[in-house]
Design a binder for this molecule. Structure first.
Ligand code: ADP
Length: 524
């Protein structure tokens, strides 16, 4: 298919070129175009295994990168993005046709460990799955045991680098994600060899506070030395993420605001001063959502499908959701919702006080989530405080989350920090208006009285109940003005949250890194 398409394009260009008599130059240009090779390393990826947002991203970005073409670029025709992940036990062996690609050893101070590489193709993306004794088929993706996780992801990272050599597939870019694969970039830098001397590196930061602590013994076992430089705090010199942050050519925070926040003591996880030394390498690129999977016009989980021009149909979803949760049907009462992990990051603990402050107003609230047992208990207890207007569904339930996005009026997101956040983008796509703390990606995706931008939601500055309540009350006021509310809903539904947009920005970054590398190699 791809060859046919390219042949077609070349035929068209050749025809024009014949008319203009520029065939020799053109032939040269076409012949000299290559594919930019990107190896994307991640701890998890959809559809194989998804635990959190990283799984969404690793499942979507390589596919979106492969869909791009670059007619305006002289050197590159498109991107050959490939994904490599550990072959976790949660990945079903029978679900994918697998090919044996390679077997090799990874040396350690306790003897070498065999790595085996299998491959498959999913959604057009070549995917490599790495097996080996540290990647136990019996263990969960993240066991919480620092040594076991450190061993698994260090082995995986080194095996991913070795794999490309064994397969003689030389990447232009190694793109690592979070602490689990950051050590690959450190190894790339300190063991730079002829195979990798033209390769540039990118490290995406989805969650800075997870540094990979407690793994120093593991790094020593794999012969990876600590980093003895004054800019790096001493406590961080043995940790995978700090080592990756030092070695990578480019650091990408998953939103422009988070890229600035990580330079401050509040969000920098103790690395803010070190990160300032790398400020020139830091940028922010928003994640996208899979707009085919999250599409209110086609989502089979909904009572009634709708789009921004048929918003009146959306009401059927609210009615069905109210019925499902045993609420009386009353469309004039705003239906608030939360879909979230129960974690201190997400500000779920602000809810009891916020609801108390709001108790004199009419509202209903449905919360879907799981997480810290204490928070689960606190939230569950609210059902007895507000029996006629509060419901908690303490579980992970993708289908219910869809019904909530399509039926609720507002989604509350009181996060203390939010590198990018997906729920606000999904909510807007489904006509549910976010009321969120102004932090990280929430600032970059939700417009609340920003000059020249359409209003798409409501933001508050501090993570406290009284500011949250102020924002909810502003939202309630807008909700009571039907036309105003419709406009906000339509504005949100018209936003482009596609992966295509993010992929184009990553592609620009890759190209600029490759250009820089070329200049560096020519003028050492
Ligand atoms: P996180 O920090 O948890 O990755 P994001 O906003 O980036 O937060 O992504 C959360 C994703 O997980 C969204 O797709 C959201 O719909 C989904 N999600 C969170 N909790 C639940 C739940 N209890 N049931 C179903 N989906 C959930």
């Amino acid at each position: 298919m791809e060859k046919l398409r390219i042949d077609g394009i070349i035929r068209k260009i050749t025809k024009v070129a014949e008319q203009l008599q520029i065939i020799p130059i053109l032939r040269f240009n076409i012949m000299s175009k290559t594919r930019l090779k990107v190896l994307f390393l991640a701890a998890e990826a959809e559809p194989f295994v998804k635990i959190g947002g990283l799984g969404d991203i690793a499942g979507s970005l390589p596919q979106a990168l492969r869909a791009l073409t670059f007619e305006d670029r002289q050197k590159y025709s498109d991107i050959d993005a490939r994904l490599v992940i550990p072959f976790h036990g949660a990945i079903q062996r029978q679900a994918y046709p697998l090919r044996n690609e390679a077997v090799f050893d990874i040396p350690t101070s306790e003897g070498s460990i065999q790595a085996e590489v299998l491959s498959t193709i999913v959604n057009g993306v070549p995917v490599y799955l790495i097996c080996g004794e540290p990647i136990s088929r019996d263990a969960p993706v993240y066991s919480g045991d620092k040594l076991a996780d450190g061993n698994k992801f260090t082995f995986f990272s080194l095996a991913a680098l070795q794999m490309a050599k064994v397969l003689k597939w030389r990447p232009d870019i190694i793109h690592a994600n979070d602490w689990h694969t950051a050590i690959a970039l450190y190894a790339l830098k300190i063991y730079a060899d002829a195979f990798y001397n033209k390769t540039s590196s990118v490290l995406s930061l989805h969650n800075l506070p997870f540094l990979g602590e407690g793994t120093s013994k593991i790094l020593a076992k794999y012969g990876i030395p600590p980093l003895e430089i004054p800019e790096m705090p001493e406590w961080a010199r043995h940790m995978p993420l700090p080592l990756g942050l030092w070695s990578t050519d480019s650091i990408v925070a998953v939103s422009p605001t988070y890229a600035k926040e990580i330079l401050t003591p509040e969000f920098g996880s103790g690395l803010n001063n070190f990160l300032k030394t790398r400020q020139d390498a830091i940028s922010g690129i928003l994640n996208g959502i899979n707009i085919d999977r999250w599409n209110p016009a086609r989502d089979p989980a909904l009572e009634a499908n709708f789009n921004k021009d048929t918003l009146e149909i959306r009401q059927d979803n609210k009615t069905a959701l109210l019925r499902e949760f045993n609420f009386s049907p009353d469309p004039a009462i705003p239906l608030l919702a939360m879909v979230t992990r129960f974690d201190n990051q997400k500000g779920v603990d602000l809810l009891p006080e916020a609801l108390h402050l709001l108790s004199h107003l009419p509202w209903r609230l449905i919360i879907l989530g799981t997480g810290l047992p204490d928070l689960e208990r606190t939230i569950q207890q609210l059902e007895s405080v507000y029996p006629s207007r509060f419901r908690a569904a303490i579980r992970f339930d993708d289908q219910l989350s869809r019904r909530i996005y399509a039926g609720a009026d507002m989604l509350l997101i009181p996060s203390r920090y939010e590198p990018c956040g997906l729920t606000q983008m999904i909510a807007m796509r489904y006509g549910c208006i976010p009321v969120a703390r102004a932090t990280g990606g929430l600032v970059d995706t939700i417009f609340d009285n920003i000059p020249d931008k359409p209003n798409t939601g409501f933001l508050f500055n501090q993570a406290n109940a009284s500011q949250m309540v102020d924002a909810i009350q502003r939202a309630m006021q807008a909700f009571s003005e039907k036309d105003n509310w419709r406009t906000i809903q339509r504005n949100g539904m018209s936003q482009d949250f596609s992966w295509e947009r993010s992929a184009k920005q990553y592609a620009d970054l890759y190209f600029s890194l490759c250009d820089r590398k070329r200049v560096k190699l020519i003028t050492p």
